[in-house]
Design a protein around this ligand. Structure first.
Ligand code: E4P
Length: 217
C-alpha cells in the first residue's frame, strides 16, 4: 500500500520524506490556502522535494477551463497529478486528459457509482472521502470496499486513493479492504509511527545498556 501525505506544508512534507514515510502528496485549495502565500511558489517547492505523484487541483468548473488549468499544472512537473472534481464537466475533462496521457485524481467521491464513472472516464486515481462520510453517519469504509469490489469485477486499473482520513484505524481498515493508497494528514501519520509499548521497551533497553556500559558504546 502506498502512503501519500495530505498537506501543502513544506515542513511536514520534508519531515515525512526524511522519515521515508511517503510515496506522494495530495493538496487541495483549502490546504494551500491554510499555508498562505503564492500557491505556485509552494507547489514548486513541494515538487522540488517530492519525486512521487503530487496532486494539484483545478478550480475551473467547466471542462475546457479544467483542461487548460491541467495543462498549466502539468508544466510544473512530470509528476503532477491533476485533481479534478467528480462533476459531469470533470468527467469530460478526465476523459480528454486521460487520452492525452495526463494522470488525474478524481476527487470528492462519495458513492460507488461515482467511482465507477471516474474509472470509466480513465481516471488514474479515485478519491473516496471517507472521514466526511463517517461524519454524517454513513460508512466511509463500506464505500472503499464497494469500490474495490467493482474495480476488481471489471478489471479497472484506476487506483483507490483513500482520502479524508481522520485517524490510524482508517488507514488500517483501508489496507485490510485492499485500497491502493491512503492520503494521510501529517499528524495521523505520526500517530501510527508511535506505539506506547515501543517507547516503554526502548526506555528499558537503554536503561539496561546504561547499567552494563555506563552509557558508552
Ligand atoms: C484528498 O486528496 C483531500 O485533500 C483530503 O483528503 C480532503 O479531506 P478533508 O478536507 O475532509 O480532510
Amino acid at each position: 500500500m502506498e502512503f501519500f501525505i495530505d498537506t501543502a506544508s513544506i515542513d511536514d512534507i520534508k519531515i515525512a520524506t526524511e522519515q521515508g514515510l511517503i510515496d506522494g502528496v495530495t493538496t487541495n485549495p483549502t490546504l494551500l490556502s491554510r499555508e498562505g502565500g503564492d500557491w505556485r511558489v509552494r507547489a514548486r517547492e513541494i515538487l522540488d522535494v517530492v519525486k512521487g505523484p503530487v496532486s494539484l487541483e483545478v478550480v475551473a468548473e467547466d471542462a475546457a477551463g479544467m483542461i487548460s488549468q491541467a495543462h498549466d499544472l502539468k508544466k510544473m512537473g512530470d509528476n503532477v497529478v491533476v485533481k479534478i472534481p467528480m462533476t459531469p464537466e470533470g468527467l469530460k475533462a478526465v476523459k480528454t486528459l486521460s487520452g492525452e496521457g495526463i494522470h488525474t485524481n478524481v476527487t470528492l467521491v462519495f458513492s460507488p457509482l461515482q467511482a465507477l464513472l471516474a474509472a470509466k472516464a480513465g481516471g488514474t486515481y479515485v478519491s473516496p472521502f471517507i472521514g466526511r462520510l463517517d461524519a454524517i453517519g454513513d460508512s466511509g469504509m463500506n464505500l472503499v470496499e464497494e469500490i474495490r469490489t467493482i474495480f476488481d469485477n471489471y478489471g479497472y486499473t484506476t487506483k483507490i486513493l483513500v482520502a479524508s482520513v481522520r485517524h490510524p484505524m482508517h488507514v488500517l481498515e483501508a489496507a485490510l479492504v485492499g485500497a491502493d493508497v491512503a492520503t494521510v494528514p501529517f499528524a495521523v501519520l505520526q500517530q501510527f509511527v508511535h506505539h506506547p509499548l515501543t517507547d516503554k521497551g526502548l526506555e528499558s533497553f537503554l536503561a539496561d545498556w546504561h547499567k552494563l556500559t555506563g552509557g558508552k558504546w
